[in-house]
Design a protein around this ligand. Sequence first.
Ligand SMILES: Cc1cc2nc3c(=O)[nH]c(=O)nc-3n(C[C@H](O)[C@H](O)[C@H](O)COP(=O)(O)OP(=O)(O)OC[C@H]3O[C@@H](n4cnc5c(N)ncnc54)[C@H](O)[C@@H]3O)c2cc1C
Length: 496
Amino acid sequence: MVWDAIAIGSGMGALVTATQLAAKGAKVLVLERYLIPGGSAGYFDREGYRFDVGASMIFGFGSEGTTNLLTRALAAVDQTMETVPDPVQIHYHLPNNLDLKVHRDYEAFVQELSDRFPHEARGIRGFYGECWDIFNCLNSMELLSLEEPRYLMRVFFQNPGACLGLVKYLPQNVGEIARRHIHDPELLKFIDMECYCWSVVPADLTPAINGGMVFSDRHYGGINYPKGGVGQISQKLVAGLEKYGGEIRYGARVTEVITEGKRAVGVRLASGEELRAKRIISNATRWDTFNGLLKKTPLPPSEKRWQSRYKKSPSFLSLHLGVRAEALAPGTECHHILLEDWAKLEDAYGTIFVSIPTLLDPSLAPENRHILHVFTPAWIEDWQGLSPSAYAEKKERLAAELIGRLGAIAPNLTDFIEYKEVGSPRTHRRFLGREDGTYGPIPRRKLLGLLGMPFNRTAVPGLYCVGDSTFPGQGLNAVAFSGFACAHRVAVDLGL
Ligand SMILES: Cc1cc2nc3c(=O)[nH]c(=O)nc-3n(C[C@H](O)[C@H](O)[C@H](O)COP(=O)(O)OP(=O)(O)OC[C@H]3O[C@@H](n4cnc5c(N)ncnc54)[C@H](O)[C@@H]3O)c2cc1C
């Protein structure tokens, strides 16, 4: 049998592509090496706790506009998701007692920030106002494949102002916009952190389009936590895929993309089985796709160019904790960022991210218990070549150090921990199938905004990439965008 499309992997990027294609009538097969779908948006169960593997601050569940891509992806295959609105996106605990909350309510956020930096009140409104300009352009058009000329023409004629607005911002980064409005060095550091906490690079390296999206949508569609955990999103997309005649196979690791006359025509599984399709879509990272699955094909010049511009971001040291409820003071927020010294913003083990999703959905833990997901950037090199005992000792030691730094959220946390699991970059590599456990691509140097990020087609005919190493990058709503775009391009190529 020849499938219309085979997707390698079932991360959010592939699931959105697969469901979109199935909804258009394509015969789609998804092959996932792990036991459940979702990749970095997956989950795992331990002792009555349901932990999110990675993502838990979820954009894309709004009900209005066009940027609510998770809502739209689910609706396309007749699925809905019950979500819990998060009143605060992030509670920042930063150097020099810079303690700030990003309220869902935009005015409340701007007021709180302006109270701390009264001399920059105008600049703050100017900067975030420009981010709204970008967002309003994006949110007024259907978000599909920028590789499809007829779509581009249609969108342009429907909304020329918005298109020209976006073209202007495509080559820009957040840093240059921030400096047009803001001069206070501490506030500029804060803007760096506002970027770093999702792009893992400071403002100068963060594309303006992504900044406009994140800094506005958190107040528009808002941050909403899916009831039952983040893993529910992929479970529902799989249910929708199957409803529309698609299939998914778990424990199906693809070891090679089969090419004939330079064209991708199928995949080989670890079991030796070969499967054929008219189009192959890789949800593995570009490094895993071109260095791993296409071993017999020389690295295309376009990929060499991409690798010279982008490198792998660090992975994470992750703690998944189950704690007694008394550990947290009443009124604690769900998401926190902690940093003690601005000089360490980008260092390994510098910035700490904390999510406590049970504050929004208590059903994820036993009664009177909470989940804490605590993570901090870490490089795989730091975890290689250790004996099993040295590896275990290092995980315990660094976990204890991290827990000791959480005083602003949960003093004496150690006394309340009932379950603890520590993951290193090696764990991320193993369970997520991502080279070096990377979070995703980051620019090697200052680039022209998003212009260097590739779309879905690749130099190998018949092979497409989807997910965070394609336009527009990391984050669930961003890879959902990439999924919509990929499905659109593949559907046009299949004549659907
Ligand atoms: C710790 C952490 C926290 C995060 N927090 C947030 C957050 O709060 N909000 C947010 O929006 N984003 C967050 N993200 C980012 C977000 O989760 C990712 O950007 C997004 O999920 C990546 O999706 P993807 O489609 O690129 O694929 P991935 O999630 O990488 O999934 C790829 C899938 O392909 C499978 N696969 C790979 N190779 C093969 C193969 N050879 N054969 C078969 N299957 C294969 C993998 O097993 C995996 O299931 C976080 C990520 C991490 C790691």
